[in-house]
Design a protein around this ligand. Structure first.
Ligand code: SF4
Ligand code: SF4
Length: 280
């Protein structure tokens, strides 16, 4: 425990740097990458880990991205001349999506015709025979990252549900600063639209602000809307606490859920009435 506490402390952010005055002088610490994107094709998961940063356990949801929505993403990318460097498909557990192989086929076709250098990737927990069967049929053009999860508890995650907005140390924090994920994983596309990162989309589906952009962000106005997303959604996100990438071995082994107060309230509200967001 002592070792964990010291590793958490060593990854705490410089609060002066991310304060309103610090950010006004130096600008946000992290900027969304518009060359990388993560597509959450489903919020369904066959595992439901404790501490999932898409809330698959805490607020289960069967909503998924349709093949037509993926087609819209591809069309928008072609029309805008967007050259993605990486498109990563995940969720939820993407192999539970009934159309996942068809959707990966569409991405492979897009790569072949319009963007040969793009890295296509799918991230699966690799759990169970059904996931294994899908994985064995994934086209060779798609890199499979199998996280080989075996249990809902044996995972080293950051404490996603400890919202910085519930932490008095963040009283003057400017949440536009985001964290490494928006820069290194890029934008997020969910069934509800585009976000500055996919984690933020998973937060919005629970808290119900409906901030997803319903078109590919490409104008100054869109970038401003993404800054607004960061202001509203990063304050909920436990990844904000460290800001930087924390190596798996330095993260806590999550065996029981710990929520800060605003998450406890948000999940209660979700259970009472799931928010309705407009679809992408
Ligand atoms: S396998 Fe991944 S998506 Fe599923 S519950 Fe665990 S962390 Fe969330
Ligand atoms: S703090 Fe959370 S919501 Fe904000 S950029 Fe990082 S992962 Fe995304």
């Amino acid at each position: 425990m002592g070792q964990w506490m010291s590793s958490v402390r060593s990854h705490r952010r410089n609060l002066a740097r991310i304060s309103y005055p610090g950010t006004a002088i130096l600008g946000p610490e992290y900027q969304p990458s518009h060359e990388l994107i993560e597509i959450d094709v489903t919020y369904r998961c066959n595992l439901k880990c404790i501490g999932c940063n898409r809330s698959c356990r805490q607020a289960s949801d069967e909503t998924r991205l349709s093949p037509a929505q993926l087609g819209k993403f591809i069309d928008e990318s072609i029309t805008a001349g967007r050259i993605w460097k990486r498109i990563r498909v995940l969720g939820g557990e993407p192999t539970t999506h009934p159309d996942i192989l068809q959707m990966l086929g569409s991405l492979v076709e897009y790569k072949g015709r319009y963007n040969p250098e793009v890295q296509l990737e799918i991230v699966s927990n690799g759990f169970g025979e059904e996931a294994g069967a899908i994985i064995s049929n994934i086209p060779k053009e798609v890199i499979v990252t199998n996280t080989h999860k075996t249990s809902v508890t044996a995972n080293r995650f950051e404490d996603f549900n400890l919202a910085p907005q519930d932490d008095a140390r963040h009283a003057i924090t400017d949440f536009r600063n985001g964290c490494w994920i928006t820069e290194e994983c890029g934008l997020g596309l969910t069934p509800f639209g585009y976000y500055h990162c996919a984690v933020a989309g998973g937060i919005d589906r629970v808290v119900g602000y409906d901030l997803g952009l319903k078109h590919l962000p490409s104008t100054e106005r869109d970038y401003g809307a993404m800054t607004h997303q960061m202001r509203r959604l990063c304050r909920w996100c436990g990844h904000f606490q460290s800001g930087e990438k924390v190596h798996t071995r330095e993260r806590r082994l999550i065996s029981e859920l710990s929520y800060s107060s605003s998450w406890a309230e948000a999940y209660e509200q979700y259970k009472a009435q799931k928010p309705e967001l407009d679809m992408y």
